[in-house]
Design a protein around this ligand. Structure first.
Ligand code: AMP
Length: 498
């Protein structure tokens, strides 16, 4: 049996979907029967780890042995020490993926093909880190897909009506926010742009609840709130209640404190404004105003908050669309994409039929450039080679020349930025190195730089000395800078994940 699977590896919750024999995607519950699994890992003193609901229940009680929200640190140099072992966001993510894989395979057998989702605004490093986590979890991951794109795919394939126009996908999950604009015509999806905030999600709203409760508790008792008596899970419960009620009760150390939706909305208005600014930036990128959007599609559990719907109604003048469960559509779309990338002979006729007649084009998530010396200005500048929102796959080249006679090396760099910036201090250098040149040549030798961005989200870069044919091809994957990644010492089988 082919098991074509999509995984939404979320900041706070993860989900797994499978394309059924009839060709439709369906969420596969974990072994506790839940459609979503908290992305929380708890280390136990016997060397094993708990992932999911059990680990989440320990938040506030065993925090020193709990790791959560690692997605916010993917691609960063962060480590966590537990029981004498060093972990990274990659190894922790691999444990979450392993739990999803294990629960899935206990019912359906081995996963044959898988796509894992990433936020549209994930950096190259964070994308690579996700791939590495999948590999450590024993998943053969060939593709990642951007979360809002996966949701758009699920929407387009499951929509009863004929879609035609530009759609905004508003994705506010547990930790990240993305707004993607895509042109959808029936089942053809063309991503135009994405803007987002990499650290904005349900967790930030939970923290505001804790702030409100903490100040009310202080007012009532004169004491500071003990985090063990009001945990982040308690804050989340109150937040969720406020999505359907005007008032919720916080019970802390014998005190009953009322929190109103009005208070919560006032405390979180800046968070909503941040999301609104990203939506406006996305509209600007595409050169349209809100009236040019056919429908706004809600994705992510945090879009259940009434203030999100209000904000969108105000911006777009119409009710945003909710289809299915907002925290499941990303995983559903990912499994559709996995089927789309599976050899058609591995699909049954029904699955093949479902996968026909749809196409997907992604857009480059950043500007990718290089730093060069501008002789007119007498200073270093950035020249972009791939522009943000360029259709993927793409390949672009640009020519530069050597500056000095007898120059035997060129400094090469790959930069990444969210905006079209030419100041090297304002961009992120994601790779730098040297290209060796033959000695004894005059200045003005042509160096051609070529960047490619592939459908699977990987980037290739090459720096070519045209006259000698000397070339520096760069693989922008983890550890390619020669450093030994910590994850190389990680033995996934050494941890029993439950
Ligand atoms: P996701 O990653 O899409 O599963 O979204 C998870 C986030 O959605 C978490 O921060 C949840 O607390 C939040 N969430 C789920 N349901 C609700 C709700 N009814 N009201 C407010 N937030 C919610």
């Amino acid at each position: 049996m082919t098991n074509i699977v999509g995984i939404d590896l979320g900041t706070t919750f993860s989900a797994i979907s499978r394309v059924e024999e009839a060709g439709k995607p369906k969420i596969v519950p974990n072994k506790d029967g839940k459609n979503i699994t908290p992305s929380v890992v708890e280390f136990l003193d016997d060397g094993n780890v708990l992932v999911g609901d059990e680990a989440k229940k320990s938040i506030g009680y065993n925090d020193e042995n709990i790791v959560q929200e690692v997605k916010r640190s993917m691609g960063e140099d962060v480590t966590y020490e537990h029981f004498g072992k060093t972990h990274t966001p990659i190894t922790i993510s691999s444990m979450i993926l392993k739990k999803l894989k294990q629960d899935f395979e206990a019912v359906y057998g081995e996963i044959t093909s898988v796509v894992v989702t990433v936020p549209a605004n994930f950096t190259n490093e964070a994308r690579e880190a996700t791939k590495k986590a999948a590999e450590l979890a024993g998943l053969k991951l060939e593709h990642t897909i951007n979360e809002p794109t996966a949701a758009a795919l699920a929407y387009a394939l499951q929509s009863e009506s004929n879609l035609n126009g530009k759609y905004a996908i508003y994705d506010l999950g547990g930790g990240t926010f993305d707004c993607t604009i895509a042109t959808i015509k029936d089942k053809n999806i063309d991503v135009e742009t994405s803007e987002g905030v990499n650290k904005l999600g349900g967790k930030d709203f939970d923290e505001k609840i804790t702030e409100i409760v903490s100040s009310k508790f202080k007012e009532a008792t004169g004491q500071d709130l003990n985090p063990k008596e009001f945990t982040p899970n308690d804050a989340e419960d109150i937040k969720i209640s406020l999505s359907s009620k005007d008032k919720a009760k916080a019970r802390v150390a014998g005190q009953v404190l009322d929190v109103t939706r009005e208070e919560f909305e006032a405390a979180t208005s800046t968070l909503i404004s941040k999301a609104e600014m990203s939506v406006e930036a996305a509209l600007r990128n595409v050169g349209i105003d809100a009236s040019g959007i056919e429908d706004v599609i809600l994705v992510g559990g945090s879009t259940r908050m009434p203030m999100v719907v209000e904000s969108l109604k105000k911006m777009f003048g119409k009710e945003p669309k909710l289809f299915g469960n907002p925290d499941e559509s990303v995983a559903l779309g990912a499994s559709i994409y996995a089927a789309h990338n599976t050899d058609s002979e591995d699909l049954n006729p029904l699955q093949r039929q479902q996968m026909q007649n749809f196409s997907l084009t992604e857009a480059a998530p950043f500007y990718f450039g290089t730093i060069y010396h501008d002789t007119d200005l007498g200073k270093e500048r950035v020249r972009n080679i791939i522009n943000k929102d360029e259709k993927i796959p793409c390949e672009f080249s640009d020519n530069f020349v050597t500056r000095h006679d007898n120059q035997t090396q060129v400094d090469c760099s790959v930069t990444q930025a969210g905006a079209d910036i030419d100041d090297p201090a304002m961009v992120k250098v994601i790779w730098d190195g040297l290209l060796d040149l033959p000695a004894g040549r005059p200045a003005g030798q042509q160096i051609t730089i070529t960047y490619g961005y592939k459908e699977d989200g990987t980037m290739t870069c090459s720096f070519l000395d045209v006259a000698s044919g000397s070339v520096r091809d760069i693989d922008l994957t983890i550890g390619s800078d020669g450093g030994k990644p910590l994850e190389d010492d990680f033995d996934p089988d050494a941890f029993q994940v439950d």
